[in-house]
Design a protein around this ligand. Structure first.
Ligand code: SAM
Length: 247
């Protein structure tokens, strides 16, 4: 007998087949709302990254945003009051995310800098254009350890000396006690953001086979092992970590 496929609800109008989390059309359409219900201080994180990026946008700079989703970071960088000529390239595997990003960034209010979007798996990109800045907000948790190591090396090789990687990751706490406390606080955060218990549990279940999380120590060690000159944490909120690494 054929197994009955059950559709489950994640909130923000998203539903999917149990056991899967995909950044598909269904998710892309409500992503901007859903991400704010799922990531603590999402707007602040975006603002901090845009502020940090000012130190790395120079004349003729190329900026890469890996896992750009609907282009929120690119839109905000484009709104910065910097006069340099620069190019920003956003990458995402989801065509719908890229379509929405193009729409967001082409809004007439935005200044006309050189912005491109590439619908591709970043792991399939052989070589990135030489760059002064890579940004990656919450892409790395969806990569396996060997994939993450490979992409960090590729980023390092494509950065100019003095260029930076600005990254936000979801991590694991340093021990089981903190992990338990932080996860419960995370669920409380989602409840406050008007997701219900069923939706929170459904999302956690759907992510079981999609996320690969490491401790802060291991996360920073991977960056140090990749020969970055320095690495500094600019954001930490329970299991969310933002860091900047300079080549
Ligand atoms: C949590 S979202 C990123 C959020 C976004 N950076 C922001 O600031 O709002 C992760 C994104 O990475 C994309 N993604 C996942 N794996 C990818 C890969 N291997 N290559 C490119 N994009 C990927 C997903 O489609 C999704 O849009």
């Amino acid at each position: 007998m054929k197994k009955k496929i059950k559709n489950i609800n994640f909130g923000s109008g998203i539903s999917s087949v149990e056991g899967t989390w995909r950044f598909n059309k269904n998710v892309a359409n409500v992503f901007d709302k859903h991400v704010k219900q799922s990531i603590p201080h999402y707007n602040d994180i975006q603002d901090y990254i845009v502020s940090l990026s000012e130190w790395f946008i120079k004349d003729n700079s190329v900026i890469h945003d890996l896992g750009c989703s609907t282009g929120e970071t690119i839109k905000k960088i484009n709104n910065l009051n910097v006069n340099n000529n620069y190019e920003i390239i956003g990458y995402d595997t989801s065509k719908k995310m890229i379509d929405l990003a193009k729409k967001k960034v082409n809004s007439p209010k935005l200044k006309n800098k050189k912005i491109k979007f590439v619908c591709k798996n970043v792991l399939d990109i052989k070589k990135f254009k030489k760059s002064s800045l890579f940004i990656s907000i919450l892409l790395f948790p969806f990569l396996k350890l060997n994939e993450k190591k490979k992409i960090i090396k590729k980023i390092y090789d494509s950065l100019e000396t003095g260029g930076a990687l600005i990254c936000v990751e979801k991590i694991r706490a340093s021990n089981a006690n903190y992990e338990d406390i932080f996860n419960q606080i995370y669920f409380d955060f989602k409840l406050k953001k008007k997701l219900n218990e069923r939706q929170i549990l459904n999302k956690a279940k759907s992510l079981r086979s999609s996320m690969n999380l490491f401790s802060q120590k291991k996360t920073i060690q991977l960056i140090k092992d990749s020969k970055f000159q320095s690495c500094e944490i600019f954001f930490k909120c329970f299991n969310f970590l933002g860091y900047i690494a300079i080549k």
